[in-house]
Write a protein that binds this ligand. Structure first.
Ligand code: AMP
Length: 211
């Protein structure tokens, strides 16, 4: 299964991609996680990406395309993968096509902007990639990751003003991908639900038609 997860920031892509990854036993590749890890390590990639991320803008296409090209060439992606947060622009989608990667489905998680803004204020994340919500998906122990035991933190770019900017970026640059993939006949849309488990059920039932 080769899958793309589309959706606004905070629509639940990371949470759902972790569940899909577990069910289908395929790796989830999240460009946002890769960039944040690079910032934490202080690499050249991290230094060049930070100002874009902090401003709620997209990191330049050639940077993320390079990351994805390298990842998809690795052995772990041979039986399929989920792309979470890539592509985020038409040039990125075209680059993926040019790599000769035929996607099976593009799943778009639909959540209204106002809901996103409300959700983002409660988001807590871990450096291992796990994501929680203080009300909708709390960890077993407050502030601690269930998966690795590390302390959870609030992403700098989850500040309300930056979220609004990221939503603007999403509508202008990423949302046109829905038409791009609808034209190829592989777009599936799923409404994000109040309860995470309900969204997962809807996602799995949508994917059952792809298997
Ligand atoms: P995310 O964790 O997916 O919300 O990504 C966080 C930030 O990383 C985004 O707001 C962008 O600045 C950057 N980013 C992640 N993926 C991409 C991508 N495919 N293209 C450009 N920028 C990206």
């Amino acid at each position: 299964m080769k899958l793309i997860l589309l959706g606004a920031p905070g629509a639940g892509k990371g949470t759902q991609s972790a569940r899909i990854s577990e069910k289908y036993n395929i790796p989830a590749i999240a460009t946002g996680d890769i960039l944040r890890a690079a910032i934490k390590e202080g690499t050249e990639l991290g230094k060049s990406a930070k100002s874009y991320i902090d401003a709620g803008k997209l990191v330049p296409d050639e940077v993320v395309i390079g990351i994805i090209r390298e990842k998809l060439a690795s052995d772990s992606c041979r039986n399929g993968f989920i792309l979470d947060g890539f592509p985020r622009s038409i040039p990125q989608a075209e680059a993926l096509d040019q790599m000769g990667v035929a996607m099976d489905a593009v799943l778009s998680l639909e959540v209204p902007d106002e809901k996103i803004i409300e959700r983002m204020s409660g988001r807590r994340v871990c450096h291992c990639g796990a994501s929680y919500h203080v009300v909708y998906l709390p960890p077993m122990q407050t502030g601690i990751c269930d998966k690795c035991g590390n302390k959870l933190y609030i992403r700098d770019d989850d500040a309300e003003e930056t979220v609004r900017k990221r939503l603007e970026t999403y509508h202008a640059q990423t949302e046109p991908l829905k038409a791009y993939y609808a034209k190829k006949g592989i777009l599936i849309t799923v409404e994000g639900q109040e309860e995470v488990a309900d969204t997962t059920r809807a996602v799995f039932s949508a994917l059952a038609s792809v298997e």
